[in-house]
Design a protein around this ligand. Structure first.
Ligand code: GTP
Ligand code: MG
Length: 345
């Protein structure tokens, strides 16, 4: 990768959509294939997120030349449950998602949370793609595991292709109704004008190389300036969840999207009323699967740089607010940071 691009952080990609349309399965597929291709690089499990390094993605896309072309260190995927809480999180977190994937079950079509997801992304002007999932369930579909969409599509019978087209254009029609000019991804020349739609199966991996490739392309095209960050700057993130953990007491799961957070740092966390000011007692990441002999599921780390998902243990965080900001502060910046956190609640 080119030297000058070393300070681009990993883009955060939110996977959204209606309940049961296949968000988690899509991520499992990306995780799974990446683990199989393990020799290319290591998948990092974060709290509430999965990081897929660029070399794994490049390997998966099957074109080594991409390695020189792409500038981001990888993609950090965040799964979201198909429920309302995410709206709140997005409104408060603001810049949490750099990119998004909206998952639509091609056999079920548009549903309320599909529309809700689109509205959130419209409001925040987040670049995104739509995937029409579960193509393997189209009557007569012949599975070609892990292949690109066009490769598997071209091997289907004309009848199956016809059935696919019918369902696919139904989704395109719904997107138009929602005010989006959309088309199949391989026919899109300008992703700024036209929304790219990728047919996939999260279960069989068909179309997944296309998803990874298009996401990298979007990151490259639209995010270069917003992904530049100061790795030595204060840690800035959003609280995903407040959770009781055995042996740790109350903890908060945080997605860090700027700077670096260290053990012992003073942090300001949003809540109703005056923000919490406390000190990071422990920064925790999930233990690797190979380390399950340990009593705790978590492993302490000294510091963490954006973008990352991390669990924080600290005193007095019981009434931290999911969706609220968390920012680290020095004695000099503390008052200003408190004001900033307060203004974002
Ligand atoms: P919530 O988190 O509850 O909103 O659901 P989700 O969107 O994460 O859906 P999930 O991945 O849990 O999938 C729901 C069901 O659909 C599971 O039984 C999956 O196995 C199945 N499924 C998901 N993707 C596919 C696919 O591409 N093909 C087929 N045949 N089944 C799928
Ligand atoms: Mg899920």
């Amino acid at each position: 990768m080119a030297e000058e691009n070393q300070n681009l952080r990993t883009p955060i990609v939110c996977v959204m959509g209606h309940v049961d349309h296949g968000k988690t399965t899509l991520l499992d597929q990306i995780r799974g294939t990446a683990i199989v291709k393990g020799e290319a690089g290591a998948i990092t499990q974060h709290i509430g997120a999965t990081e897929v390094p660029i070399d794994v993605i490049v390997e998966k896309c099957g074109d080594k030349r991409l390695a020189d072309k792409f500038i981001v260190p990888g993609l950090l995927f965040i799964d979201t449950p198909g429920h309302h809480a995410f709206t709140t999180l997005r409104s408060r977190g603001g810049s949490l998602a750099d990119l998004a994937v909206v998952v639509v079950d091609i056999n079920e079509g548009f549903k309320p949370q599909t529309i809700e997801s689109l509205n959130i992304l419209k409001r925040f002007k987040t670049p995104f793609i739509v995937v029409t999932n579960k193509i393997d369930r189209i009557l007569g579909w012949k599975v070609h595991e892990g292949e690109s969409f066009l490769s598997t599509y071209n091997k289907q019978t004309p009848e199956v292709q016809g059935l696919f087209e019918q369902k696919f254009y139904d989704v395109i029609g719904h997107l138009y109704e929602q005010g989006f000019s959309a088309d199949r991804f391989d026919r899109v020349t300008d992703f700024q004008k036209t929304l790219g739609v990728i047919p996939i199966s999260g279960l069989t991996g068909e179309g997944i190389p296309d998803v990874l490739m298009i996401l990298l392309g979007l990151a490259q095209r639209f995010l270069e300036s917003s992904l530049q960050y100061d790795i030595n700057g204060p840690g800035v993130g959003t609280v995903l969840e407040v959770k009781d953990e055995k042996g740790l007491g109350t903890t908060i799961d945080v997605i860090l999207y700027d700077g670096t957070l260290k053990k012992g740092d003073t942090v300001v966390i949003g809540r109703l009323g005056e923000p919490i000011v406390t000190k990071v007692r422990a920064l925790l990441k999930p233990r690797e699967l190979s380390e399950i002999r340990y009593e705790s599921k978590f492993q302490p780390i000294q510091e963490v740089a954006a973008a990352a998902g991390v669990k924080i243990s600290a005193p007095d965080i019981d009434d931290a607010l999911a969706g609220a900001p968390i920012i680290s502060a020095t004695p000099e910046t503390l008052d200003a940071v408190i004001e900033k956190v307060k203004s974002e609640i």
